[in-house]
Design a protein around this ligand. Structure first.
Ligand code: FAD
Ligand code: SF4
Length: 477
């Protein structure tokens, strides 16, 4: 424990954001790192609890009290070692994780949680700046070949763990660039893409082969991968978006959020997006349907594109301002939150159901909606509550239902089973699907989730594959 009285003397202090007017002028990250002295103070707030709930609240079980203590002691190198022992990509989670560890922190019961995510990000960023993060190629090859489908955080974490233990790993990705939703979903203002490129270079140096523009199940049969490898890991994400089959859905100007976000991430990357299919918010009245991360990313992007106005509609009721801590701690609480993108400007409305879209000349011009009440989990429309909202661009950000079933998952000879929700069926011990040579991890197995869960599943699946291929494993759980 750094400073026994730290939590009583020092207030929580988090990374500030650049001012709104400044940050909406670019797609650059806008979190401003704390100074070393400030980080030391924040580390000092950790109580090194006998039972560190933060550690359990974190899906990769980060050794949080250890590195809080080490940062307080200014032993950054040791803090980096501890951090990397549980998380392959802390620079991703340090930027975009919602930080369930902080919700679980003991200090969060009657005070403000330790600034865990800020400290995590500072430790890994310093590691990169100082050149302490080097490739760790395996001492000797195992002679086993593993194919991974999908290069999101689950596929990348598994690839790194498997390569470091000596397996020959090839990652197949349908897009032209590596990273999954980190690359084409999450906007640059939340995480700049050089962060992914740096890791990909490390993985290549560790022996991982990346094959982009290969759509498994279309350009290459999954069966060919299974026949040509000792094991195959499916880490293709949960890419089937939830649709809204209401009248007017087919009007021009009603789009899935991912189509919109991907285009902007490509523009920022320097790609030419053809004008014909371009989805842009400039000068438009934008309505975002869905109140989660994806909806927020649409708002942040639309503000940067110069939207005339943005409304965000959520079907669920407005959450309470404060959670009932004795009831919910150490779990993730349902409470009213305002994301940095929402703060940049948008009108939010809750308990609203969209009934349809109306257009002029084939283009969306208006959205029809009604207010709803929620009773015992049932949605009841309030009679006479219908209203209309002007809209030139509607973005559907209502989540993802399951992985895409067509193509790779439909190859009958392989018999890849699905669970009741339509995800690839596999447990979290063996990560094995109904085909003994095929494993599954990340959103493809658990459904739409978080980057930190994808990293956890990638790591655990790698362990399960290593065990299945060699009969033993030194990879951590
Ligand atoms: C807009 C948006 C914002 C988000 N923001 C956050 C956030 O701030 N914080 C957070 O923690 N989580 C966030 N999430 C969730 C998070 O991004 C996902 O949970 C995570 O990326 C899942 O990782 P994954 O590796 O399982 O799959 P993905 O990241 O989806 O990667 C799957 C990859 O597999 C590829 N693929 C699929 N099928 C095939 C095939 N047949 N052949 C070849 N390649 C294939 C895809 O092209 C993709 O690159 C967000 C999600 C979205 C959509
Ligand atoms: S729960 Fe909070 S105070 Fe306790 S060890 Fe974890 S970070 Fe430190």
């Amino acid at each position: 424990m750094g400073k026994p009285t730290g939590f009583m003397e020092i207030r929580r202090h988090d990374r500030p954001y650049a001012k709104t007017a400044e940050r909406v002028t670019s797609y650059r990250e806008f979190l401003k790192p704390l100074s070393d002295a400030e980080l030391r103070d924040q580390g000092a707030r950790c109580m090194d609890c006998g039972v560190p709930f933060c550690h359990n609240g974190c899906p990769v079980n980060n050794l949080i009290p250890d590195w809080n203590h080490l940062v307080y002691r200014e032993d950054w190198r040791a803090a980096l070692e501890a951090l990397q022992s549980t998380n392959n990509f802390p620079e991703f989670t340090g930027r975009i994780c919602p930080a369930p560890c902080e919700a679980a922190c003991t200090l969060n019961i009657n005070d403000d949680a330790v600034a865990i995510k800020t400290i995590e990000c500072a430790v890994i960023d310093r590691g990169w700046q100082e050149g302490w993060i080097a490739p760790q190629p395996a001492a000797r090859p195992s002679g086993k070949r593993v194919a991974i489908v999908g290069s999101g955080p689950a596929g990348l974490a598994a690839a790194q763990q498997l390569a470091r233990t000596g397996h020959a790993v090839t990652v197949y990705e349908k897009h032209d660039r590596i990273g999954g939703l980190l690359r084409y979903g999450i906007p640059d203002f939340k995480m700049e893409k050089a962060t992914i490129d740096r890791r990909v270079a490390q993985l290549v140096a560790e022996g991982v082969i990346f094959k982009t523009r290969v759509h498994v199940g279309h350009d290459l049969a999954l069966k060919a991968l299974v026949d040509g490898h000792d094991a195959v890991l499916l880490a293709g994400g949960a890419e089937a978006p939830r649709d809204l089959p209401v009248p007017g859905r087919d009007l021009a100007g009603v789009h899935f959020a991912m189509d919109y976000l991907t285009q902007q991430n490509r523009r920022v990357a320097g790609d030419a997006v053809p004008e014909a299919g371009a989805i842009l918010a400039q000068g438009k009245r934008v309505v975002v349907l869905g109140g989660g991360d994806t909806g927020s990313d649409c708002i942040g992007t639309a503000n940067r594109q110069g939207a005339a106005g943005i409304a965000q509609l959520e079907i669920l009721p407005r959450p309470p301002d404060q959670e009932d801590k004795p009831l919910v701690w150490p779990y993730w609480p349902n409470k009213f939150r305002t994301s940095s993108s929402q703060e940049e400007g948008c009108e939010r409305d809750f308990a609203v159901v969209t009934k349809g879209f109306e257009g002029v000349g084939g283009k969306v011009a208006r959205l029809r909606a009604a207010r709803v009440d929620w009773r015992e989990g049932r949605m009841i429309e309030r009679s006479g509550s219908e209203f209309a909202l002007d809209a030139d661009l509607v973005l559907l950000a209502m989540g993802f239902v399951h992985p895409v079933h067509e193509g790779m998952l439909s190859e009958e000879s392989l018999g890849i089973g699905r669970d009741a929700r339509g995800n690839v069926a596999a447990d979290t011990t063996s990560y094995r699907t109904s085909n003994p040579k095929v494993f599954a991890a990340g959103d493809m197995r658990r459904g739409q989730s978080l980057v930190v869960w994808a990293i956890r599943e990638g790591r655990q699946a790698a362990r399960a594959i290593d065990l299945a291929l060699t009969g033993r494993t030194d990879l951590p759980l």
